[in-house]
Design a protein around this ligand. Structure first.
Ligand code: C2E
Ligand code: CA
Ligand code: CA
Length: 447
């Protein structure tokens, strides 16, 4: 990987201060940040002038590290600082000599790319950064995967001054955060987006009331016995205006529009009802995803208890999947909710493992039965040595806590074989089966 040596801060002392972390006084911090921003605007202005003379465009990315507050509160400020320094080194690995990086706020970096010829180039650069950050950062004893969002803007296509360029990159960053995408590029048509979100919210509300949300089921294979032992329920929705909407997208609309509890309840009832109809397959475990916002409302436990009674379901066949970042939104309340669910007899699984905080000390406290390794580690398991090392470490960690492991995103036989060699218990992925309707599932199981 190219090590960037020419990366520099305009003012070395200021940069050192900033890298070390936070200033004690928030007012000072604001003043300090705006000073760095001004320096950045000034330097960008000079760069634009220079590039203009050579007829080359100027491309920037504003990169934001998410959830720094939670990392500080979970691991403490010293680790938070080391984490940030590690983030900076990771960013540097994605840069070339001549590129510049500024830390413009507590958790935001401005990156200027010196060798950008067009928009495609800067998108490649953003992808490179995204890929670099997929691997967890080692911070003392812990491994933390930094989640990032990037806003991209180009001069002269998107702006006619350095200040304007920065503004556009920040707008793009906001959009990336809102859409939960790794990056977004200006221009973003904010007006039409607001309009489409309002339409989607209204339609989603009707869909919940009128039962037009439906479920697909993805089988889960027990690797050693080569038997299907469970399914994961995945919600589907077709908007009358926009067609099929990706589930993570409509889940986030439901979260923002205060519809998530109603939606989750619908999904749970549907899953329990359909699994009852499945008769013989009743021994299948049923994995249901909980949203981060569900873990902020303790009423969810009673709602689940009632659904179990209505459908006369055995709670021990239910697994609720939650992500680490969802738990971290309110660790105390989440822990209480998860404990109450396990008291009923339900199992808890940590979904997308490896992409969140992966705090080993915290994991010990959670009443979980299963870790689901995120598909991003599994896709290239056979060809990518680092992915293999991390996956093996995650499986070892899970086993040392007496947890089962499911690997998701298994797309070929080689990956399945390798997971078997690594002693992973369960596998899920397109190689085994794609998510399918309840009817198809019944046929698939009997074929
Ligand atoms: P997830 O919980 O990680 O679900 C697994 C996703 O990976 C599913 O995407 C599934 O179709 C996909 N997948 C499974 N195997 C493979 C594979 O081999 N290759 C590839 N490329 N993809 C694979 P889907 O159905 O689009 O769901 C996306 C996300 O939406 C889910 O990620 C989950 O976070 C959320 N979601 C889906 N249904 C629900 C739900 O009922 N409630 C909540 N709260 N979230 C849901
Ligand atoms: Ca899941
Ligand atoms: Ca997952």
């Amino acid at each position: 990987m190219t090590q960037c040596e020419d990366v520099y801060f305009q003012d070395k002392n200021m940069a050192d201060d900033l890298i070390k972390g936070f200033l004690a006084n928030p007012e000072e911090e604001v003043e300090h940040s705006s000073m760095v921003r001004n320096v950045a605007i000034y330097t960008l202005g000079k760069i634009i002038e220079n590039n203009n003379e050579k007829n080359v465009p100027t491309g920037i990315i504003i990169l934001k590290i998410l959830a720094l507050k939670e990392i500080n509160s979970t691991f403490g400020f010293t680790k938070g600082d080391s984490f940030l320094i590690n983030c900076l080194s990771r960013i540097r690995q994605g840069l070339l000599p001549g590129d510049i990086i500024y830390k413009i706020s507590e958790n935001e970096f401005l990156i200027y790319y010196s060798k950008i010829i067009n928009e495609g180039h800067i998108i490649l650069a953003a992808n490179k950064l995204y890929k670099l950050f997929k691997q967890p950062l080692s911070v003392d004893q812990d491994y933390i995967t930094a989640k990032l969002r990037m806003g991209i803007a180009m001069y002269p296509d998107h702006a006619n001054s350095a200040e304007e360029l920065l503004k556009k990159a920040f707008f793009a960053l906001d959009k990336a955060i809102k859409d939960k995408c790794p990056y977004s590029i200006w221009p973003t048509d904010q007006q039409s987006e607001t309009k489409s979100n309002i339409i989607l919210e209204t339609e989603l509300k009707s869909a919940i009331d009128e039962n037009t949300i439906y479920l697909n089921y993805q089988p889960k294979l027990h690797i050693k016995t080569n038997k299907i032992t469970g399914v994961e329920c995945l919600a589907r929705w077709e908007s009358p205006t926009y067609g099929l909407i990706p589930p993570d997208y409509f889940i986030s609309i439901a979260e923002n529009a205060d519809l998530i509890d109603a939606l989750t309840l619908k999904i749970i009832n549907m899953a329990l009802c359909e699994s009852r109809e499945c008769g013989d397959n009743n021994n299948f475990s049923l994995s249901i995803n909980l949203s981060a916002v569900n873990l902020l409302n303790s009423d969810i436990v009673e709602m689940i208890r009632r659904a179990i009674n209505v459908w006369d379901t055995r709670p021990d066949k239910l697994i609720f999947e939650v992500t680490e970042s969802a738990i971290m939104l309110n660790p105390e309340l989440s822990l209480t909710i998860l404990k109450q669910l396990t008291n009923i007899g339900i199992s808890i699984s940590i979904d997308d493992f490896g992409t969140g905080y992966s705090s080993f000390s915290y994991l010990k406290k959670l009443p979980v039965k299963e870790l689901k390794i995120d598909k991003s580690f599994i896709f290239n398991l056979v060809t990518d040595k680092e992915d293999a090392i991390i996956t093996q470490a995650m499986i070892g960690l899970a086993h040392s806590f007496d947890l089962f492991v499911t690997a998701e995103g298994v797309e070929n036989l080689e990956t399945l074989k390798m997971l078997s060699d690594l002693d992973c218990e369960y596998a899920q992925g397109y190689y085994i089966a794609r998510p399918m309707s309840n009817e198809k599932l019944k046929e698939w199981v009997y074929q």
